[in-house]
Ligand binder design. Sequence first.
Ligand code: G1P
Length: 286
Amino acid sequence: MIKKAVLPVAGFGTRFLPASKATPKEMLPIIDKPLVQYAVEEAINCGIKEIIFITSPEKHSIKKHFKTNKELELRLLNSGKEGMIEKLNPKKFSEIKFYYINQNEQNGLGHAVLQAESVIGNNSFAVLLPDDLFLSRKSCLEQLIDIYSQTKSSVIAVNEIDLKNIHKYGVIKPGKQNLGAIEIDDIVEKPLAKDAPSNMAVGGRYILNSTIFEHLKSTKSDKSGEIQLTDAIKSLLANEDIYAKVYEGEKFDCGSKEGFVHATISLALRDDSISEKIKKIIQDIV
Ligand code: G1P
């Protein structure tokens, strides 16, 4: 099955400056957990055993975060706070192999995914964009894996959105429904609302066959100079069926300030240790 996941985290995080000047935006916390850890846990909970970060040399704190810290564990143990150790180094991380590949140029999402080719080899793999936080009983990646296990084809998460926001996303042209998913007839990156083939926007979770790499290599940069994953997927569509799964659950776009705050409030309201107090604070403000 799907054992490897690629997490592109090399972006500058311009929208979160100055917070992202010295701290990678992926390390900014939603309550008490860095954003990137939500995506890593989603992957691990689906049986992923190898996590490949496509990163940049300045982002060493991501590497530090996923490394065991024996010294800190010992300190917690000696001060009677052993309950915190599992939070610090969850057992489920100990069996995972983490890779860190530097993306030396910022040439877009397609270029980032291509950097993982040598580690992925001939396997189908997952791509998780940590900016997108998905909350649902069955995780977004698991919903994709359900489709993949039946079709053995690439699968992409989509959700229906307001056309006024469609220019921020990859957008699919839906074909016929099959096995609880939609066959993709076409896909375009960030179209104007008037040109969008549907209101179905690509979310940051993909399962891709390794054949995508050949298409990534031949994909030309777009007018902003970036190699788009969407363009490579469009090219792959000429050879293979690719499915879209309409994601069932909540999605937060934590790459934007409003999405980040929305996620923070939503998660705070689900955290038993603070939810009542937060509710009261919100009521008082409103
Ligand atoms: C990327 C993809 C886009 C997708 C989006 C999901 O865009 O290029 O197709 O819809 O992620 O979050 P970005 O948000 O990096 O601009």
